[in-house]
Design a protein around this ligand. Structure first.
Ligand code: HEM
Length: 361
């Protein structure tokens, strides 16, 4: 613990002279000053401060997960940090309500002064995206152009350097692959689980067959096609080759082994040793979802301010932002694992040897 070495003054500690002297409305330079430009600047600056805090947490998490083995006792505090990120995200969402107290006409008073500056150039926002696992290659072509095209050469280089490091997504994948419980001697989680799945699919099939007599030919065909599609989806889980084909097509990202192990955590989440891993996966999904919600809300706010006008950074504005909200999700694979969950009552019992490893006694 550090000891205080002398008196300290509130304003000096927080560097308030620098902080509060950092709002310089451009309109003031060209007079008359637009009243709402101060709000516009402060809201953006507060966002950037919170982005800084989120990055502070993400760097720590990346450091812990970059170790060869992630010590179990560190997972609880990582989960607390991720929960902090979630709370910050709630504030980020609420701040849109503050900026929406500025009317589109008030914004128009100073908007043209900002061209070509744009949120596209928020280096910290981009760093968060990349650290979470949204790199250049995971973006759509149009997004990729905007992503890099609007940044200064220095910022671009800084971002590319971060892209060269493993993202949280990559570290998660490696960590999941190392999970010790799913495959131990004489036990393979998958073969046990497959029996349960086959039984469930069989029951679905007999239910559909029973109902077929009451259906018209088109409905019959649709129900059988649905059943076949469900069977095929499950088959990709047991077949690494099929899984890898989906990765090649860009429909899945997480490796086959990591996917099975993540599923094991979700299914046996009540086992004491799996509770922190389960919380970890849940936080990652929450954070991914919160960013998507923010993107979507920001796109609606942009529509309210601009209608169908283009953005100061040159994109189609609302349309572009809406598309980015849909496309830029990182942890889709974790969400889609819900496809493979079964009722708790159908879960196969863990063999004694495995149960011993995941329980306190
Ligand atoms: C009047 C308020 C705002 C409007 C009308 C607005 C509009 C836009 C538009 C149209 C874009 C697309 C890029 C472009 O063509 O310029 C954009 C991107 C962006 N804006 Fe805003 N924005 C506003 C406030 C904010 C605030 C307060 C933040 C907080 C930091 C923010 C962060 C971003 C980010 C990070 C992007 C890039 C998003 C991406 O590429 O997925 N914006 N904004």
């Amino acid at each position: 613990m550090h000891k205080n070495r002398g008196p300290i003054y509130y304003g000096d500690y927080l560097k308030l002279d620098a902080l509060l002297g950092s709002q310089e409305p451009l309109s003031k330079k060209y007079s008359p000053e637009c009243h709402d430009e101060t709000l516009f600047i402060i809201v953006h600056q507060v966002y950037e401060l919170w982005f800084k805090q989120i990055l502070h947490e993400l760097y720590l998490i990346n450091k812990v997960f970059s170790q060869k083995v992630v010590p179990d006792q560190e997972l609880a505090s990582i989960n607390l940090k991720l929960e902090r990120v979630e709370k910050i995200q709630s504030l980020l969402l609420d701040q849109l309500l503050v900026i929406e107290t500025m009317t589109p006409m008030d914004f128009l008073e100073f908007r043209d002064l900002l061209v070509p500056a744009s949120g596209f150039q928020s280096l910290q926002f981009r760093k968060i995206e990349v650290l979470m696992g949204l790199s250049t290659q995971n973006r759509t072509a149009v997004d990729r152009d905007y992503f890099m095209g609007r940044l200064s050469e220095n910022d671009k280089k800084e971002l590319l350097d971060i892209e060269d490091q493993p993202s949280l997504f990559v570290l998660l994948e490696k960590w999941l692959e190392r999970l010790p419980f799913a495959n131990v001697e004489n036990y393979s989680f998958w073969s046990d689980y497959q029996t349960t799945i086959n039984q469930m699919l069989k029951e679905d099939e007999s239910l559909i067959m029973k109902n077929l007599a009451t259906l018209g030919p088109k409905e019959k065909e649709a129900q059988l096609a649905n059943l076949e599609a469900t069977k095929q989806t499950f088959a990709t889980l047991s077949n690494e080759g099929e899984h890898n084909k989906l990765i090649e097509k860009g429909q899945r990202r997480l490796s086959h082994k990591a996917t099975l192990h993540a599923l094991f955590i979700l299914l046996y989440r009540d086992e004491p040793m799996l509770q922190q891993p389960f919380n970890f996966l849940t936080h990652l999904m929450n954070i991914d979802e919160n960013f998507t919600t923010w993107r979507y809300r920001h796109s609606i706010m942009a529509q309210r301010m601009l209608g169908t006008k283009i953005g100061t950074g040159g994109s189609s504005g609302h349309q572009y932002l809406k598309m980015a909200a849909e496309n830029n999700r990182v942890y889709n694979d974790l969400f889609n694992l819900a496809t493979f969950l079964v009722p708790k009552s159908l879960l196969p019992e863990l063999p004694a040897e495995v149960a011993k490893k995941v329980r306190f006694n």
